[in-house]
Design a protein around this ligand. Structure first.
Ligand code: GDP
Ligand code: MG
Length: 163
């Protein structure tokens, strides 16, 4: 079967923007307000002739107190269903307790994970919190800007090398 790549992370880090960027169409709903994208979205994606299914797991976004639990559930599903996980963090905001909880689950799993440091809009001047992401214990954060496309091609090179 086709490999499955899941995009996980807490609300508002840019999962849907990255999903759209990768599939090249504006299918997922991108909103400034967390809680708008309701369903998980699947799409076939292709890079350098390699075809895979991409999942935007951003569907489960509820009130603040439920976020951690719901994001955790997403992660468990993503771990079970996918071959590779793109764990998206926000380089501007840095690490939150939800990020830490997700990172802990991912470290325990055997799945390959790429720690995606989103919102590095200017590659030469990463936000100060970018360096914070090393603390998640998931290796080097991979800087991208889903919004302007910076480094997304290099991210996809890395993705297909792991499939
Ligand atoms: P999701 O909740 O994780 O799916 O996040 P969205 O994709 O809906 O994005 C949340 C907000 O972050 C939106 O306002 C996006 O425009 C913004 N955003 C996403 N990616 C980037 C990025 O690379 N740079 C910047 N500056 N903003 C971004
Ligand atoms: Mg979303």
């Amino acid at each position: 079967r086709k490999p499955v790549v899941a995009i996980v992370g807490r609300p508002n880090v840019g999962k849907s923007t990255l999903f759209n960027r990768i599939i090249g169409e504006r299918i997922a709903i991108v909103e400034d307000i967390p809680g708008v994208t309701r369903d998980r979205l699947y799409s076939e994606a292709e890079w350098q002739g390699k075809v895979f299914d991409l999942i935007d797991t951003g569907g489960l976004e509820f009130s603040e107190d439920l976020i951690t639990t719901k994001v955790r559930e997403q992660i468990e599903k993503a771990i079970a269903e996918s071959d590779l996980i793109l764990f998206v963090c926000d380089s501007r905001e840095g690490i939150t307790s939800t990020d830490e909880a997700v990172a802990k689950n991912l470290r325990k799993s055997e799945k390959p994970v790429i720690l995606v440091a989103n919102k590095v809009d200017d590659y030469l001047n990463p936000p100060a919190n970018f360096y914070d992401l090393y603390r998640l214990g998931l290796g080097e954060p991979f800087p991208v800007s889903a919004a302007n496309g910076t480094n997304v091609g290099d991210l996809l090179d890395l993705v297909i090398s792991k499939l």
